[in-house]
Design a protein around this ligand. Structure first.
Ligand code: DHB
Ligand code: FE
Length: 292
């Protein structure tokens, strides 16, 4: 049986990818950002998953405004890093896991979530920056990411976006799907994006440390309360792009202590928590939770 053993949460700021690709990680501005991931890179080596189910958002890269799936699961054998305007990032291509992805699609759709099935797409910074942060710098040709990745894209760019509650419920359905896959696989689920940031308009540059940290406290210890956060609160308190945080609720909902609105059994172990401002226009948040 496959099993979700841990969840990882991290921001996906594109400038972090650029800092890695351009050799700037030792600069004073970036040093404290990367220091927050030293633990995580070692943790990835010590807790190497067989598959990463990576919840992220596409930024009008693979999907244009012509077509906007709310939830899209990647069932392909591989994905190329996307060209986001400066050429594709020099990182390894991403290998998929078509068998597990197809199984999850079958199970989750039968649990009444309407997923879009994607057999071909490129992946942007929403997916490659979290991988780089957790796995470190890799040669695009000689190296490979440590394991296959199932990309799961959520629309948080064009309204209407899914509620945090729906994302939380979906995480529970994904856990059921994984646990009914008939092969012993150690699966990690990642929720990415956030934390507070607003990239446009009169409030561009907005950061809300107090709200971010209170939301992290809730996500860890009372995820049902975090899931109940109305989407207008994200926008008001964490900025227009702060809505990316609903993706973290998919990963949290997939942890083994969550059953509907109730927490049962042992709470996950908080292996790592990190928060830092500034990084480009975004507050960087990062957690690692392990199932017990
Ligand atoms: C930034 C953050 C994002 O989440 C994004 O998609 C693009 C830019 C930023 O902080 O600059
Ligand atoms: Fe983003």
């Amino acid at each position: 049986m496959a099993k979700i053993t841990a969840s990882v949460y991290t921001s996906h700021v594109p400038a972090i990818g650029a800092a890695m690709d351009l050799g700037k990680t030792k600069e004073d501005y970036w040093k404290p950002v990367f220091a927050g991931y030293d633990f995580s890179k070692q943790w990835m080596k010590d807790n190497k998953p067989d598959v990463i189910f990576l919840v992220y958002n596409d930024h009008a890269t693979a999907f244009s405004l012509d077509m906007i799936p709310t939830f899209a699961i990647g069932t392909a054998a591989e994905y190329q890093p996307a060209d986001e305007g400066w050429g594709p990032r020099p990182v390894p291509k991403v290998k998929g896991h078509p068998q597990l992805a197809s199984h999850i699609a079958q199970s989750v759709i039968q649990q009444d979530f309407d997923l879009t099935i994607v057999n071909k797409m490129d992946v942007d910074h929403g997916l490659t920056v979290p991988l780089s942060l957790m796995c470190g710098e890799l040669d695009p040709v000689k190296d490979a990411w440590p394991c296959p990745v199932i990309p799961f894209a959520v629309n948080v760019v064009q309204y209407p976006v899914p509620s945090g509650q729906r994302c939380f419920n979906l995480g529970q359905a994904i856990r059921k799907a994984v646990e009914s896959f008939d092969e012993d696989l150690n699966v990690h689920i990642w929720g990415t994006g956030g934390m507070s940031h607003q990239l446009q308009g009169a409030r561009a540059g907005l950061i809300n440390r107090a709200w971010d940290n209170a939301w992290l406290d809730k996500l860890i210890a009372d995820p049902a309360a975090a899931a109940a956060t109305p989407h207008i609160d994200y926008v008001r308190e964490a900025g227009s792009e702060g809505i990316e945080l609903v993706m973290w609720l998919i990963a949290r909902g997939a942890m083994s202590d969550v059953h509907g609105g109730k927490l049962t059994g042992l709470a996950p172990k908080l292996a790592h928590r990190f928060y830092h401002v500034p990084a480009s226009n975004t507050a960087v948040g990062h957690l690692i939770l392990e199932n017990r």
